[in-house]
Ligand binder design. Sequence first.
Ligand code: ASP
Ligand code: MG
Length: 420
Amino acid sequence: MARIVMKFGGTSVADVDRIRNVARFVRREVESGHSVVVVVSAMAGQTNKLVEFCKNVGSPSPALDMQNIEYDAVVSSGEQVTSALLALTLQNLGFRARSWQGWQIPLKTNNAHGKARILEIPETNIGPAIDGGEVAIVAGFQGIEKNSRITTLGRGGSDTTAVALAAAIGAERCDIYTDVDGVYTTDPRIAKNARRIPRISYEEMLEMASVGAKVLQTRSVELAMAYSVRLRVLSSFEEPGFADESGTGTVICGEDEIVEQEIVSAITPSRDEAKISLIAVPNEPGRAASIFIYLADANINVDMIVQSPSRSPDSANISFTMHVNDIETAADLLNKRKGEIGFSDITLDKEIAKVSVIGVGMKSHTGVASVMFKTLADRGINIQNISTSEIKISVLIDSEYTELAVRALHQAYGLDQLGG
Ligand code: ASP
Ligand code: MG
């Protein structure tokens, strides 16, 4: 009997009816002979609500919230509810099922509360339990650190729970059920001509997730790639088995399995960006290091970094982007060290967006960047920053132009649906 992992996101377990619907999907896999682990998110909107509660009890800064052990105890509770409700639902249908909380697996993490990382792929007795015919329903998003306190894996972390368990039990595949029927060439709410991508490589999916596509948590794709876990994104709003029969959904797999590789596979917008600029930082060794060491120590992930000359030859301006949720914390932190770092001014900009063009075909084709820059220039869109990897070009623009940029680029790279 093959082992499989099925993960259901918040909209798939949004209420008791939706949970009953999930039970139908689980039933189909069990009845076709699979040993099944199910990973669930909290009900849609629940985690946001819990985060809000934490803010409302008056922690002095969001940074402290995130580092607060109790924050994790609160926000992890949403998954406890859905895992047990699904187990109850399945029991009432006559299945043997039990819920597993993160600490019961146990899913060991470091102690970076609010964005903890899994330390090792767990050695767990879930495998034997499911081989004995029981359905394991795991609360996603939760872990436990060495002092036995509950941790959470960062927003969207249930995906990572699912992949880690798939690796741990040697699952044949890990199906990620959500409210869309796969990964798209761009956000269909922005470009109505967006197309579903039947197969995409780990590498491309990783870039898409890390620049802001929300289908999968970045870390989950990283883990899937490292452990060759076969991922599939599909909709729980279709009938169970629909994707198998119709071939819809998106498979995330090795590059070698993709026959017809596009040069550019996707255009990914992200509005969750914010930029800090430090003006007139003394131009001498060690200054940049100290800025980024402080930010790294606070677990703030910095993205695009640009250093440019300032008015005086012995100083430079340094600007960098991060997730908008981190910007106040980062600014506080830098302001406290103003004397030591030596900048004269700091400015914050939240009205920016990052638009990325992604495709493994870039490795072997030239001219991808020039098409991007020309397309944006023709629309009068100014590029503030640029960053690249082997398979991605990202630009930072005024957020007002996000939609225009996405549609224009989608068309320029020939991604628009035919007849659309
Ligand atoms: N419930 C958590 C969140 O909303 C984790 C997840 O759903 O993946 O971020
Ligand atoms: Mg998610």
